[in-house]
Structure formats: C-alpha cells, structure tokens
Design a protein around this ligand. Structure first.
Ligand code: RP5
Length: 378
C-alpha cells in the first residue's frame, strides 16, 4: 500500500479516520508488552509509518479577501475506503491479540453475537444467529508451513489452506480426546466444546486440536501437608501447571517431563544458573525417569482445555500426568523457573490456592487422586 497523507482534514469522516490512527498508536503501545503478538505490532508500526497525518494548513486568503478553497483531503475516495477497511481490520486483530492475553471475556474486547441456546455445534457456519469474528494472529500466518508436514523449515503452524489437510482423526496430531472431529463445509475442524465467538486459529498454530501435556507434581511437606508444583506464566500473568505443547513426540509423558525440566526444575550446574540447552534438559529428564515415582506417573486427564486461545476451529487439549514425589526425591528436586515461566513454587493444596489457575487448570489439577484426598481433609 502506498504512503498516504491525510492533510487539511475538516470533515467528521476525516476525524473518524484520525481517531482510528490514534487508536492504532495506542494498540502498538499495548502490544509492546512481552508475550503479545510482536509480528502484529511490527505490522501496525509499518501501517502507522505509511500514514502521515499533517496538521491542517492555515487557510490562505484569496485576493478578494475570502478564504481560498485550498483545504483538501489528499486521500481520494477508493483509496480512503481501502485504507479505512485496512485500519479497521488491523484494529480488530490488535484487540483480539490483547484479549487473548488478558483472558478477559470476549465481550470486553469485541462485541460478538452470542450463540443461541439452540445452537448446534455442528452448524457454526450455518446458524444465522451466530456471527463469529475471524481471527488468526499474524505470528501464526508468518509461521505457516507450505505443506501438511510438521516442522518444515522450523515452522510450526499449519497452512491456511485447511481444506488441503488430510488425515483427520487418524494421527495423534489430528485426533481429539473429545471424540470424532467434524469438519464444516469449508473443511475447518469444529471445536467439540461448542462456539467461542471466534473463527480461524486465533493464536494457535494448528487447525483443530493443539495437543499439550501437563504435570501435577505433588509432595508432602515437613508438616505433613500436600503441596503441588505451580509455575507462573509470564505471558498470561497467571499461575498454572507446568506443561507445554506436544511437538511431533509420541510419548506424551516424555513431553510432560521435558516441560517440567524446562519450566520448573534446576537444570544448571553449581553456579545456580539455569541451563535450557537440549542436552541439559535431556539429562534432567533421564534423571527423573530413574525415580520409581516418575515410573508410576498416572495419567489423570485427557481432553479439551478451556484455554483463552481456543476458537471455533482450533483448541487446546491436554494429557495431565500426576506424580507424587517420595520424600528423598522431593529433597533432591531443586525448583527453578525457566523458559516462559517467570516463577515456580510449591503451593499448599487448598481450595483457595487451586482456584483461578490459568485456563481450566483449576479443574484439571483436581483430577489427581492425591489432590482430591488432600482437599477433602481441608
Ligand atoms: C494449556 O496451555 C495446556 O494445558 C498447557 O499447560 C499449555 C500449553 O501451552 P503453552 O504453555 O505452550 O503456551 O492449554
């Protein structure tokens, strides 16, 4: 798009355009916080660079002493419309990106028509009363791979051409713990838990299920009370179970252990500094696997996570693994936050402490028998 100059604005429609530009500037500031879609921020900055707003020129007097008609808007009509639509789309994307990180209710960011009570999950695109917003983060589109092969050129996101994706319900990556995945008439997988108000992939890389693994690690402290290991998600500013995405791995417990080592365990040397190298993480995982309590890890939940990133066509699913540490293992385990965790700590298992965790971790954590027993005692 060419550089556009808005100058000599006088009419209300120019003021509306200028307000949108101001809003764009404020979005860039908001997106400045870590964890937000930085690719989107860069593209908003580019857009702002292309929009030059000049102060209204003072009216010059014509020879007859009357104001000369020199005040013009330098954007002609078709360009203006195109630019207005472009700005509106970018503002929408920015609001969605910010919303995704706030975990706020969707209505706070963008009003959407709620699905009606009779809403049928399989008719996301046919129910006339339902008007989801289309949103796929710019960082996802930038990371799209050209084919339906995982990890092409280090890219993690699916192609936008969802209809070209084959093998639904066949491989782990394209399989849902919630049951057979249905596709709509455009070949888009439908969220088995129903409508979210957003279509597209939002901030998730894959169409359909985005599989993760989570850890429910408990220990009994010196006072005989149960504690669980939680991490603080920097991006969401919320406490959560240590966990992360399954990327091509077949052994899901292995993924859980990798995430545990990365986010919550000390993988450094005696200097106390955390080492996130592949080797350091691998050696920590091997160490954990030697312990009997890890060999007895119990899979307590397999299913959809009510994650703020979920859309009608892309959603999080997880397998949670519960491990109760024996006292000797608990003593050896040094806790240190790393990767996208800003903090990691042992937390007393009480109703209060387990409420308000990220996504639906407050529910998932309660699937571990040790947690259930401890809560009964309180
Ligand atoms: C949640 O998102 C899962 O339960 C898991 O804890 C987490 C994985 O996402 P990232 O940590 O990779 O963002 O839905």
């Amino acid at each position: 798009m060419n550089k556009l100059s808005i100058s000599g604005f006088r009419q209300s429609k120019d003021q509306a355009l200028i307000s949108s530009v101001k809003e764009l500037r404020s979005m860039v500031t908001k997106l400045g916080n870590s964890g937000h879609d930085q690719a989107l921020k860069v593209s908003l900055e580019g857009l702002l660079n292309d929009l030059v707003i000049e102060k209204p020129k003072p009216l010059t007097l014509s020879e007859a002493g009357q104001p000369a008609k020199t005040v013009n808007i330098s954007i002609d009509a078709p360009q203006r419309e195109e630019m207005e639509q472009h700005i509106a789309k970018k503002l929408d994307q920015a609001k969605m990106a910010i919303w995704c990180h706030k975990g706020a209710t969707r209505q706070e960011a963008i009003p959407v028509t709620k699905p009606t009570e009779s809403y049928n999950r399989q008719s996301v695109t046919t129910d006339g009363n339902y008007q989801p917003r289309d949103y796929t983060a710019e960082k996802i589109i930038k990371n799209e791979q050209k084919s339906d092969r995982k990890g092409v050129g280090g890219r993690y996101a699916d192609t936008s051409d969802v209809a070209s994706i084959k093998g639904w319900n066949k491989t782990y990556a394209r399989f849902s713990h919630a049951g057979t995945i249905s596709l709509d008439d455009r070949g888009r997988p439908l969220n088995p838990t129903g409508a979210t108000g957003v279509e597209g992939r939002g901030e998730l890389g894959l169409w359909g299920p985005n599989h993760a693994a989570d850890n429910i690690i408990t220990r009994t402290n010196d006072q005989g009370e149960l504690e669980v290991l939680l991490i603080f998600r920097k991006r969401d500013q919320q406490w959560a179970l240590p966990g992360g995405m399954v990327e091509g791995e077949k052994d899901i417990l292995n993924v859980a252990l990798k995430e545990l080592a990365e986010e919550a365990l000390d993988t450094g040397d005696d200097s106390g500094k955390k080492n996130l190298s592949k080797e350091a993480i691998e050696s920590k995982m091997q160490e954990l696997k030697q312990f009997e309590c890890f060999q007895k890890a119990q899979n307590t939940y397999k299913g959809v996570v009510n994650d703020p990133r979920n859309t009608d066509n892309a959603w999080m699913e997880t397998e949670s693994w519960a491990v109760h540490l024996t006292p000797d293992v608990a003593d050896q385990m040094k806790i240190q936050a790393g990767d996208d965790a800003g903090d990691a700590k042992w937390t007393a298992v009480t109703e209060e402490n387990l409420n308000g965790l990220f996504a639906s971790h407050s529910q998932i954590i309660r699937t571990a028998p040790m947690i259930q027993e401890a809560l009964k005692k309180h």
